[in-house]
Ligand binder design. Structure first.
Ligand code: OOB
Length: 553
């Protein structure tokens, strides 16, 4: 039996209990819409409106839909079978949107990898998802993804089908794909899993997040109302398109749902984005805090006209009030804070909220049916205003990861709440202020890095006896990663250890920003302490300037 026979694989499901399904439908959140359904409707109703702008491409809704049908039929003609999982690793190019939508149309299931991911991560996604296809561009940001494709096929032979935008070499060229549209299936069940998103990987390796048509479409349809997205809007994707924030909060899917125009910026910096904002009259964009500050500074000096910007959203990591003030002053438009997670729950400050809320909170949930609990270490609710663990369930928050019983046992309560790992304070009115987190990941400018995952790779180095990776506050990134290492014998050079981590086939953002050698890790009189305590202790000692001899870089 080969990997492409659907019955050989774990089924994809995301199920809410029946009474919740009934409630979410009755409330009008889940309307039975699907991705192919709404895209076809836009192509019919507003065929000549511009849908996607990126590079030299300017697609109308009719052109986008025609390309979606061609690609969808091509994927099936090539041997993929509805239900197959296909890893999509594309940058901010129009093909990203066409491919994702074509996979939906063919009832194939995209699994989104970030362009920064490398062989170790992509192979992990392919195994976990039991993927049979992989879509890349020949190059993006100076990296040749065909090399990665070869490596992936060698490691995970089930990935039989590779499609390349651009020069495909031995693989199938996306541009040349074609098939009989009559071969295409009907529209999917709205309750079925539309795609697998990648978790930030707060503990260990990234997990796969199954999102359904009904739940995801609800999240961006409702986001459109809260973010002021209408058919007249122009939404820019400046962050990597594969990330949940620019995808759905309201993201390019929200914009397409509204019949608005999506503009893909080839990079997140002002140099790439500002000329496009001026040319396309961009009205809304989502940024992470360090970028927002960079944009705010650059806006004062730019020759480009940014006056079309109405809403700048900032999320992915904490925006402190002083930084929020600078963003508002520098960009001169409405700020909207966004606190979300690929697992579901998204909070927004509202466009008409008073300044103290917009500057000082991370917003409140999208839905009246987002249930939010703030609890102490024993699971007991804390009063409003006190800091506690954030737990949530609702009409677009998953009830379980794909193919990961151990993670599910940790991450969900018996009654279906997702343990976000975030520590928050709830204010009257339901606004949340993020105060930190309970898990040991590093939030490096919105990119999440699992301490555990990197420690594992460091421990594989022959000259590493032990390692602990912690987050250190960083003026620009918010947080940076620091690896504390006890060497085995002669300490390796910090640069050599960083190169080692990179050489393990990981995204560059996971390479420790700093390596500090220490003689020993403190242990308590009783014996071993938990990794968590150890990391906290190392961070505290480092910040107090006491990590001792043998500093690295
Ligand atoms: C977004 O999604 P993920 O899955 O990459 O990361 C989720 C985590 C949250 O649990 C929280 O720890 C952190 O990122 N986070 C924030 C934040 N927004 C996200 N922490 C503080 N302040 C914020 N505003 O990052 C994401 C998904 C959808 C929309 C926006 C962000």
């Amino acid at each position: 039996m080969t990997m492409s026979e659907p019955q050989s694989r774990l089924p994809l499901r995301q199920a809410w209990p029946d009474d919740f399904v009934a409630r979410y439908r009755a409330a009008g959140y889940w309307r039975g819409e699907t991705f192919p359904g709404f895209l076809r409707a836009r192509a019919r109703d507003i065929p000549h409106d511009l849908a996607v702008v990126g590079g030299d491409t300017r697609w109308t809704y009719a052109q986008l839909w025609a390309d979606v049908e061609r690609l969808a039929a091509g994927f099936l003609a090539h041997g993929l079978v509805p239900g197959d999982r296909v890893i999509v690793q594309l940058g901010n190019i129009p093909e990203f949107i066409a491919v994702a939508c074509a996979l939906f149309r063919a009832q194939l299931v995209p699994v989104y990898a970030l362009p920064a991911h490398r062989i170790t991560e992509v192979a992990h996604f392919a195994r976990k998802a039991e993927a049979s296809g992989y879509v890349v561009a020949e190059r993006y940001e100076n990296f040749d993804y065909r090399t990665l494709a070869r490596g992936l096929q060698a490691e995970v032979p089930g990935v039989e089908h590779v499609f390349v935008a651009g020069d495909a070499q031995e693989f199938a060229a996306l541009e040349a794909l074609d098939g009989d549209p009559a071969s295409l299936p009907g529209d999917p069940d709205p309750q079925s899993v539309a795609f697998l998103q990648i978790s930030g990987g707060s503990t260990g390796l990234s997990k796969l997040i199954p999102r359904t048509h009904d739940d995801y479409i609800y999240s961006f349809r409702a986001s459109n109302d809260l973010c002021g997205i209408t058919r007249d809007s122009v939404y820019m994707v400046a962050l990597p398109a594969a990330h949940n924030f620019p995808m759905s909060s309201p993201g390019f899917f929200g914009a397409l749902y509204a019949g608005a125009r999506v503009v893909l910026s080839p990079g997140p910096g002002p140099d790439a984005a500002f000329p496009l904002i001026a040319r396309e009259r961009v009205s809304c964009v989502g940024l992470v805090p360090p970028l927002a500050l960079l944009w705010a500074d650059a806006a004062a000096k730019t020759p480009h006209d940014l006056s079309s910007l109405e809403v700048v959203q900032v999320g992915g990591a904490k925006l402190v009030p002083e930084a929020a003030r600078r963003v508002v002053a520098g960009l001169g438009c409405r700020l909207q804070q966004v606190f979300g997670m690929a697992e579901g729950l998204v909070n927004y400050t509202r466009l008409d909220d008073p300044d103290d809320i917009v500057l000082g909170t991370q917003g409140r949930p999208i839905s009246p049916d987002d249930e939010v609990l703030v609890v102490d270490d024993h699971g007991h609710p804390v009063p409003d205003g006190e800091v506690g663990h954030l737990l949530t369930r609702g009409p677009y928050t998953i009830r379980g990861y794909h193919n990961d019983d151990a993670a599910n046992a940790r991450a969900f309560t018996d009654d279906g709440y997702y343990r976000t790992g975030d520590m928050v304070q709830r204010l009257p009115g339901g606004y949340l202020v993020v105060q930190g987190r309970a898990t040991d990941h590093i939030n490096r400018a919105g990119e999440k890095i699992s301490a555990e995952e990197i420690e594992d790779h460091l421990l594989a180095h022959p000259q590493v006896f032990d390692a602990a990776v912690v987050s250190i506050p960083d003026e620009f990134l918010g947080e940076r990663s620091c690896a504390f290492v006890i060497a085995r014998g002669e300490p390796p050079k910090p640069a050599a250890l960083k190169a080692w981590v990179r050489g393990r086939g990981l995204a560059a953002f996971k390479v420790p920003d700093q390596v500090v050698f220490v003689e020993a890790f403190d242990t308590t009189a009783v014996g071993k302490i938990s990794r968590r305590e150890l990391r906290a202790q190392l961070r505290a000692r480092f910040l107090a300037g006491q990590t001792g001899p043998g500093h690295g870089a």
